[in-house]
Write a protein that binds this ligand. Structure first.
Ligand SMILES: Cc1ncc(COP(=O)(O)O)c(C=O)c1O
Length: 457
């Protein structure tokens, strides 16, 4: 029987129970690895087990190892929750089980991606003819954009990197702010550029690339150049001066890539748009829907101005494939993946249910909550807020001491009202709060700030 309703109902029950628990459950894990292993590490049976019983055993066995990161008081890393409509669309996506590689394998997914592409370009106000690929996350978005950049700058130098590889190619200079996210380096590694030769540009006290330092670096370089800028520093939320970066880089014929994994959503709000002034001048952009748009994992977005370079870097062909020769979109032309799930359905559902104002409100609410956090914590004399809270990130230090700060983080994590990670910022330990969840209310921030202050020894 293809439809096993009782198993789907059981999954729904487990899912609803978990979601209901989110506002009140201990945010961090409460089981050890050994405890979870003891529950789930059973001998694989010869004849299988009843599907509903398997779901019960799975959900029960790992229950206390689940993190309430979909809940309103999780402030670790940059992790969004799931809008109810996006979660529901994700369930339908699993039931539809489309292979979204080419139009022929899912015309529905292809058409929805076409619409999502237009909506995203409008919301971010980026060139309307840019190409868009739906990838697993920010790292793959950075990788894909840098692959398109590699293609374009080498093509201009008379080199076809997809055919000829990198051996013997003209050297491509990679320029990145000193605070570039590690996934930029992961992309560079995978693309054969390596990381040692990256020209690192000095950043200011908020982590923004310094335009004067960029100009000096660019002046010292000859040949193809790719500049990696950032919209949304993972620690401070700061945005590089994108207009100045793009103008300086383009004056040297460089390709500018903007890692806007979360920060690019700032373009969708009138309150934060100015911070991202000039973002539209860049050549490629990385973004995550699973961060600030609050769709379930995994869901990243890559956008490239030069769609021909994007396609050339990604597309493959084989005789057995029925690729379209017409207007129909073959999604795999824009991503490193060949077969993949229908990520566009969840983005579509989220964007359509929110509308422009809804996306703006989502961004604004998180920024408001970040400022509220900074205000509540910052009025305690034992607390220092280390960053300008320009988006949804807050960096906090306690007792002006690494030891006290790390201690507060560990105690607050254990206490469980909320969860946040630590970081090292310009040589000192700090607590990093990221407010990325649609459901986080003022009361959640009040409760969490109270718990954090109570954790100061
Ligand atoms: C600026 C930035 N770039 C890239 C990434 C990586 O994104 P993902 O984890 O979706 O691969 C992150 C994640 O926090 C980020 O903040």
């Amino acid at each position: 029987m293809i439809v096993n309703e009782s198993v789907l109902d059981r999954a729904r029950e487990h899912a609803v129970r978990f979601l209901r628990s989110l506002p009140s459950r201990h945010v961090g894990p409460t089981a050890t690895r050994d405890e979870m292993l003891a529950a789930v590490n059973v001998p694989l049976s010869d004849d299988g087990e009843d599907p509903a019983a398997v779901l019960d055993a799975l959900a029960g066995g790992i229950e206390r190892g689940l993190i309430a990161s979909a809940g309103p008081r999780y402030f670790g890393f940059v992790i969004g929750g799931s809008l109810p409509v996006a979660l529901a669309a994700d369930w339908m996506t699993s039931a539809w089980d489309q292979n979204c590689g080419i139009y022929a394998t899912s015309p529905a997914a292809s058409v929805v991606e076409d619409v999502v592409r237009q909506w995203l370009l409008e919301l971010f106000d980026l060139p309307r003819d840019a190409s868009v690929g739906l990838v697993t996350g920010g790292q793959q978005a950075n990788f894909t954009a840098l692959a398109a950049a590699r293609h374009a700058v080498l093509r201009r130098a008379g080199w076809n990197v997809e055919e000829q590889g990198l051996a013997g190619a003209p050297r491509v200079h990679i320029v990145a702010g000193a605070e570039a996210h590690i996934t930029i380096y992961a992309g560079l590694r995978m693309l054969g550029f390596g990381t040692r030769g990256v020209h690192k540009v000095d950043t200011d006290e908020q982590g923004r690339m310094r335009p004067d330092a960029l100009e000096r670096t660019l002046a010292s370089l000859d040949g193809p150049i790719i500049v990696c800028a950032q919209a949304g520093n993972v620690n401070t939320g700061a945005v590089d001066p994108l207009r100045a970066v793009c103008e300086a880089a383009h004056a040297r014929g460089a390709w500018v890539h903007v890692d806007g994994a979360f920060g690019l959503w700032g373009r969708a709000s009138r309150a934060t748009r100015a911070l991202l002034d000039g973002a539209d001048l860049a050549d490629s952009w990385a973004n995550d829907a699973h961060k600030w748009l609050n769709v379930p994992y995994d869901n990243g977005i890559v956008i490239v101005r030069d769609s021909a370079a994007h396609r050339a870097a990604m597309t493959v062909t084989a005789e057995y494939l029925e690729q379209t020769a017409g207007v129909e979109r073959d999604p795999f032309e824009w991503t490193p993946e060949f077969s993949r799930r229908g990520r566009g359905f969840t983005i579509y559902a989220a964007l359509r249910s929110l509308g422009r104002r809804g996306v703006e409100t989502l961004v604004d609410r998180c920024c408001d909550r970040a400022r509220q956090f900074a205000a509540l914590l910052g009025r305690d004399p034992r607390v220092t807020i280390l960053n300008d809270v320009v988006l949804n990130q807050v960096l906090v230090r306690f007792g002006d001491s690494d030891e006290v700060t790390r201690d507060v983080i560990a105690r607050a994590q254990r206490e469980g009202t909320c969860w946040m990670a630590g970081t090292t910022w310009h040589g000192v330990a700090a607590m990093r709060l990221s407010i990325s969840n649609w459901a986080t209310s003022e009361v959640d921030v009040e409760r969490s700030a109270g718990a954090i202050l109570a954790a100061i020894p």
